[in-house]
Design a protein around this ligand. Structure first.
Ligand SMILES: Nc1ncnc2c1ncn2[C@@H]1O[C@H](COP(=O)(O)OP(=O)(O)O)[C@@H](O)[C@H]1O
Ligand SMILES: [Mg+2]
Length: 375
């Protein structure tokens, strides 16, 4: 039913050149294909979720119909037999520009396998005490800790969905890692943008896989980073209509988690106001991550200096002053790390304020912005 009108619309010759007579010494040795779906979105039908049940048989089937086709990485092959016009993307053709023949090994990677990859479990060695400040967030994390230790105990009063928000580099990811590390449970850490797929249904099945994996290994923690990115992702929204598929599937999966399942979702954003309201209202609490104050910066500086591989002779008071309005990450990555590296490059044995000033300079902190630097 779907094939007639579609096949007339594709110029297959643009994609792959049939060249039956001239293959022999230039035969493709290995061809890695990935299912790519249809070139058009019909609205009526979704691309089939291809499951290759017999890889040897698929290889023979593929050779039969594509024998003589010249292939190169990045181009497409279209099925002409069972699911006409269904596309396969060539992930690797070895050698390039070779021609499929009897001896070609064809390996197929389905999107299902890809999805598994996007659900990542993360191990870390960060502890609550490593996170400086953010007392509200730590209190909430303590509650989540207690819940995940004993989900039954909470009855219908379980914490489920929490939103961490605040400037980048203030410890949102770090705290989620600490929470899962302290509990020794699985952390499913996922960037919201990685949920966006190429085809209708991709996001829904990725979100589904994520929750399924988390449920299977409960108690567990799901951390969805940069959740605003999917609300902001214009191209995605305009393709899929106003309410994106991803928002709907997240809502569905979040609703599917029951009180005693032992799965908590923490989402993080720098910009809560840009989040789709339907999602935002589903979080029971929004917790702000603030920039560190003077004392907190002092602590962050000290904790990081403790792990320095070189000796240092630094004016900590001054460091506290010049790092005003910097996040924990900026202090670590832009100031301390750059300074340390500068000292190492210059064969110094001691890191000094000179290296700190070098770091400020190279990271383009303007002198007038850094109050107290030259006091
Ligand atoms: N509150 C904090 N206490 C200690 N270190 C911090 C803090 N905030 C950020 N850092 C440092 O910056 C790094 C990046 O922080 P991260 O948690 O990824 O920030 P976010 O997720 O809020 O963007 C951390 O790994 C840590 O080294
Ligand atoms: Mg982060």
């Amino acid at each position: 039913m779907k094939s007639e009108n579609k096949s007339s619309n594709i110029k297959k010759s643009e994609v792959s050149i049939k060249n039956k007579s001239s293959f022999s010494d230039n035969e493709t040795k290995v061809l890695v294909l990935e299912t790519a779906g249809y070139p058009f979105n019909f609205g009526l039908l979704e691309g089939p979720n291809l499951e290759i049940s017999d890889r040897v048989l698929f290889e023979q089937y593929a050779i039969d119909q594509w024998s003589g086709t010249r292939v190169k990485t990045g181009s497409y092959l279209f099925d002409q037999k069972i699911i006409p016009d269904f596309a396969f993307k060539i992930l690797t053709a070895h050698p390039e520009n070779s021609v499929i023949g009897e001896n070609t090994s064809i390996v197929i990677v389905t999107n299902n396998e890809e999805k598994q990859d996007s659900v990542k479990r993360v191990k870390s060695n960060v502890f609550f005490d490593d996170v400086v400040g953010q007392e509200n967030a730590k209190k909430k994390s303590k509650l989540i800790y207690k819940y995940l230790q004993d989900p039954e105990k909470f009855g219908m009063w379980a914490p489920k969905n929490v939103l961490f928000y605040g400037l980048p580099g203030t410890g949102k990811t770090m705290l989620a890692k600490a929470l899962s590390n302290e509990l020794d449970i699985n952390l499913f850490l996922i960037k919201a943008t990685s949920l966006i797929g190429d085809h209708v249904g991709d996001a829904a099945s990725k979100v589904h896989d994520l929750y399924e994996a988390a449920l299977k290994s409960a108690p567990s923690l799901i951390f969805i980073d940069e959740i605003d990115a999917i609300a902001l992702h214009r191209s995605f929204q305009s393709l899929r209509g106003d309410v994106s598929e991803i928002v709907n599937s997240l809502l569905t999966e979040m609703d599917g988690i029951n009180s005693n399942d032992g799965v908590v979702t923490i989402a993080a954003t720098n910009n809560p106001s840009s989040i789709d309201f339907a999602i935002r209202s589903r979080f029971e609490e929004e917790i702000e991550f603030k920039l560190p104050d003077d004392n907190e910066r002092r602590e962050i500086i000290k904790l990081n200096l403790n792990t320095f591989p070189l000796k240092y002779d630094l004016d900590i008071d001054k460091l506290v002053k010049i790092s005003k309005r910097m996040s924990g990450r900026d202090i670590k990555e832009k100031i301390l790390k750059t300074a340390l590296h500068n000292a190492i490059i210059n064969d110094k044995e001691i890191v000094t304020m000179e290296d700190i000033y070098f770091a400020l300079d190279i990271n383009k902190y303007k002198k007038e912005e850094i109050r107290g630097m030259f006091e």
